[in-house]
Design a protein around this ligand. Structure first.
Ligand SMILES: [Zn+2]
Length: 422
């Protein structure tokens, strides 16, 4: 089959699974029964008809859980069928609680198996999870995915960074799973302890979750050089699942066996063309107990349907998840995404940590960069000058740049927060 035939086959499978999902949902799931009652749509002849269904937005879910505490009504089965509960980080308000049945938890594991396999992880690999296992779903699902693949999973929960580094070396871990920020933090701690991870650890693959960093070119390069490994991104969310993975040809693909992706102009129902930026709207096909249909993720992506050298016919997200739709700020007429600023700053190896503040003064937006250089940097003035120049040339911004002494800025294990609107 050629690429076009493959695309058609994917869409037919998506349509059939969506029809099966609707059949299971409509009699039993109060949330979607109410939401879809006006559409009169029970079976789709083609995937195009998906457009006739209303969107699901995050505030629908928040309100539903508020009115029907604690779990809301997006539940297809009786409560006893559910075996796992997780929650969102709740950075923008009350966290959402999400339940999974045995089947849907198995589906999560299957999606993570795809992430691992695409990065070249094999049975027999030893996967170290440098993460304090809390109520957030991503790493738990990765843990299950490791089991499904037949790889060994090693928990870094309840450990200090020094203990984790020891564990990685002692267990001979071959794969690291962490946030991109934490991978860099571990390397910097290792360096201080005289450990050269690129030489001394067996880690050859790193897989990242929780933040966009692993698709930001200079952050990716920094992780790869410091660990002597290939760095892979993946994307997902508690509510919808792990919907994208990175292949060994460095393409970030939507897992279209398990998800339908629509890329729409933010705030509209019009699809963007290939190469344009739009909001990712996701339908998951295998989480029947608590599904999401046409969910507006708020993630900004750029779709591509070019064939990938890896041979997978799945849609590519050029540059991964580019940011959040509402993260973009306009500073003096320039559209600025946090990921673009991070991309520039990570090219300066002497910057250990940073913070970006965006403020408004007399209706003008100002951007201020606070840099924390590594301990042995003496040429601070020179660094400020080079960063300013790079920001001007690459993004068209003239920020205020200042430095603070080593150890001043906070370090992050999960969901780094470096961008502040004042
Ligand atoms: Zn590929």
């Amino acid at each position: 089959m050629d690429f076009a035939d493959n695309r058609q086959a994917i869409e037919e499978r998506q349509r059939d699974r969506l029809n099966a999902l609707l059949q299971a949902l409509l009699p039993a799931n109060p949330f979607y029964r109410t939401k879809f009652s006006a559409s009169g749509l029970f079976e789709m002849g083609s995937l195009d008809e998906l457009k006739r269904l209303p969107f699901t937005i995050k505030s629908d879910l928040v309100e539903d859980q508020l009115h029907h505490p604690p779990f809301g009504t997006d539940l297809t089965f009786p409560r006893e069928r559910y075996i796992r509960i997780h929650q969102t980080s709740g950075t923008t308000g009350k966290p959402l609680y999400w339940l999974d049945t045995d089947e849907s938890w198995d589906w999560w594991a299957k999606c993570w198996k795809v992430i691992f396999e695409a990065a070249g992880v094999r049975p027999g690999d030893r996967i170290y999870f440098a993460f304090s296992f809390g109520p957030f779903i991503g790493f738990w699902a990765g843990w299950e995915g490791a089991r499904k693949l037949g790889a060994m999973a090693v928990s870094g929960g309840g450990q200090s960074t020094a203990q984790r580094l020891r564990g990685i070396l002692d267990y001979g871990a071959t794969v690291l799973v962490s946030t991109p920020t934490y991978a860099l933090h571990m390397e910097s701690e290792a360096r201080k302890a005289g450990i050269d991870l690129a030489r001394e650890s067996a880690v050859k693959i790193t897989i990242h979750a929780g933040e966009p960093g692993a698709s930001i070119p200079s952050t990716k390069k920094l992780i790869e050089e410091s660990w002597g490994a290939k760095c892979y991104d993946h994307a997902g969310a508690t509510e919808v699942g792990a919907f994208a993975f990175e292949c060994q040809s460095r393409g970030v693909h939507v897992n279209e066996e398990e998800f339908i992706a629509e890329i729409l102009f933010p705030g509209t129902d019009a699809a963007v063309l290939e190469g344009e930026q739009g909001e990712l709207v996701i339908t998951n096909l295998g989480r029947i107990g608590s599904p999401l249909i046409r969910y507006r993720t708020g993630d900004l992506v750029r779709p591509s349907y070019q064939p990938c050298p890896c041979g997978r016919p799945f849609m590519l997200l050029d540059g991964g998840v580019l940011g959040r739709v509402d993260d973009m700020v306009v500073v003096r007429g320039v559209n600025v995404f946090p990921s673009a600023v991070e991309n520039v700053l990570r090219e300066f190896g002497e910057i250990e940590e940073f913070r970006v503040e965006i403020s408004t003064r007399e209706a003008m937006r100002e951007i201020r960069l606070i840099l924390e250089p590594a301990a042995n940097q003496s040429q601070v003035e020179d660094l400020i000058e080079r960063v300013s120049q790079s920001m001007r040339q690459r993004i068209g911004l003239r920020p205020t740049v200042e430095t603070v002494s080593p150890g001043t800025l906070p370090r992050f294990e999960l969901k780094a927060k470096r961008f502040f609107r004042l």
